[in-house]
Design a protein around this ligand. Structure first.
Ligand SMILES: Cc1cc2nc3c(=O)[nH]c(=O)nc-3n(C[C@H](O)[C@H](O)[C@H](O)COP(=O)(O)OP(=O)(O)OC[C@H]3O[C@@H](n4cnc5c(N)ncnc54)[C@H](O)[C@@H]3O)c2cc1C
Length: 458
């Protein structure tokens, strides 16, 4: 791979370049009192308590915002590359859901993640679960939470579509205990990297579970959506759920004034081009490939027709498969085997958006001298037409994020913008499908030495 420059060398460089993904990995080797995460309009950034101190060199090594050497992590963690690069290493795969109707309803897709966390706690296989908590410290904010009460796990079920600094929980863990944790893909890769380095806090995570991850939103998206629904800026948010109600669910926000906003998932998707969280455009992992268990929505007309909640479930090792079989035998979850090709087809669009889209976007930045991560994996095949499509996509995201475009969005009522956006999205999907799906079935990722590694030795 040829790149023109790599100006990044430290955590302050990452923050300065607006690349920080706010995961908290850099705090891992610090005592909890020496550094914290701070909330911003765009997410979270780390700060040293004493600004005259400097970051330990390990913080830079651990930082996923510059990219990580994913090929190397693959070999060290799984001892192999995936057979099918679209979904990562698979031990077994199913369509599944929790059998408890309340857990299934509370869950984002089928509640299987929550059922598993509850099972691990109830059977004392872990001492606590580290999960995302929408509503901490305020209803519109989200942070990590260490949970020992199964009831609370059910309350905190559901997807959180704004950034959560999950790895900032690590300094607070007790290395004599065992934990389950939920992470987004870049955090999961960073956690594996920390575990491989022998970090004792990271090693206390014995079960790593993660959602398939397409896109997240910057926190300012919430107020923008409320304004577009005519909610007064002064009206306080009392409660917010991203995926309330029956699958696929709707976003629900309750205001102090008594107003309740409900927006079906397909409609608040229109926030994405305007308020996408920028790291969503830079990560190449959709199926959360470094977890023990990955769970996504089972998008297919058959399941969507039924509602209720269905997930696609990937166990990445025999221990996790045995655990799920144990839960199935105890009647806690329902599982139906599914073949890799069928499962991969459900998410072809997003797999391409990450594996080829993010790669092209990052490469484009490198060529232009704009800081971007490097993951050390290049997709093949990658035709010129696919690259051109990406220029259109990048231009749309760029235009969408401008103040003018955001202001226009807010002035069109969601009841109009939602359906229009949905139609446009489906049209664009159909139009770009031939280029985006071309060669996807045979996609491979070719490892190379990432830019930040080569420039470190220059
Ligand atoms: C930002 C984001 C984007 C996603 N994009 C897609 C997509 O494009 N396609 C798709 O098929 N699925 C996507 N998902 C996954 C999907 O929404 C469900 O999370 C997944 O199917 C698991 O469902 P479940 O019912 O088993 O989870 P639940 O039983 O509801 O449990 C979810 C668990 O994950 C934790 N969690 C939620 N959000 C976060 C977060 N941000 N960081 C860390 N932990 C978290 C919760 O605390 C909870 O413990 C996305 C999820 C997220 C968070």
């Amino acid at each position: 791979m040829h790149h023109s420059s790599s100006p990044l060398r430290s955590i302050p460089d990452i923050i300065q370049a607006n690349l920080c993904i706010g995961c908290g990995a850099c705090l891992t080797t610090l005592p909890p009192q020496n550094g914290q995460m701070h909330q911003t309009n765009e997410g979270w950034i780390p700060k040293l308590t004493d600004p005259s101190q400097s970051w330990p060199s390990s913080a830079w090594e651990d930082c996923p915002a510059k990219g990580l050497d994913l090929g190397e992590i693959y070999l060290k963690h799984f001892h192999r590359y995936p057979e099918d690069w679209r979904l990562g290493v698979v031990d077994q795969m199913w369509i599944g859901h929790a059998t408890n109707p309340n857990v299934r309803l509370q869950g984002a897709s089928g509640g299987l993640t929550t059922a598993l966390l509850v099972h691990l706690l109830e059977t004392h296989q872990v001492d606590a679960a580290v999960v995302a908590h929408q509503g901490k410290p305020t209803p519109e904010a989200a942070n990590w939470e260490i949970v020992t009460n199964p009831k609370m796990l059910v309350e905190l079920a559901g997807s959180v579509y704004i950034p959560v600094p999950m790895l900032a929980a690590l300094p607070h863990l007790d290395t004599r205990k065992r934990y389950a944790m939920t992470c987004l893909p870049e955090q999961a890769a960073a956690l594996r990297n920390l575990q491989l380095r022998g970090d004792p806090k990271a090693r206390s995570i014995t079960h790593l579970i993660g959602p398939y991850t397409g896109t997240a939103l910057v926190p300012t998206a919430i107020r923008a959506l409320l304004r577009s629904h005519g909610v007064d800026q002064q009206d306080q948010i009392l409660y917010l759920r991203w995926r309330a109600g029956e699958w696929p669910g709707y976003m629900e926000v309750r205001m102090a004034s008594g107003k309740i906003i409900r927006s079906p998932k397909v409609y608040y998707n229109f926030l994405i081009p305007f308020y996408i969280w920028p790291p969503s455009l830079r990560g190449i992992d959709f199926a959360n490939e470094f977890t023990d268990l990955s769970v996504g929505d089972a998008w297919s007309p058959n399941f969507e027709r039924q509602g209720k909640g269905f997930s696609v479930v990937i166990s990445r090792n025999p221990q996790m498969t045995a655990l799920l079989k144990e839960m199935e035998a105890a009647g806690k979850i329902h599982l139906e085997p599914i073949a890799t090709p069928e499962a991969a087809e459900m998410h072809g669009h997003m797999i391409d958006f990450k594996k080829r889209g993010s790669f092209i976007r990052n490469q484009l930045c490198h060529k232009l001298g704009i800081p971007a991560p490097d993951w050390g994996l290049a997709p093949q095949p990658l035709g010129i037409f696919r690259c051109l499509i990406e220029l259109v996509v990048s231009a749309l995201f760029f235009l969408g994020s401008t103040t003018l475009a955001r202001a226009i969005m807010e002035h069109v009522p969601p009841a109009i913008l939602g359906p229009i956006f949905n139609q446009l999205r489906l049209m664009w999907k159909a139009l770009s499908k031939p280029a985006k799906r071309h060669g996807l079935r045979n996609l491979t990722m070719i490892p190379y030495t990432p830019l930040w590694k080569t420039s470190a030795t220059n």
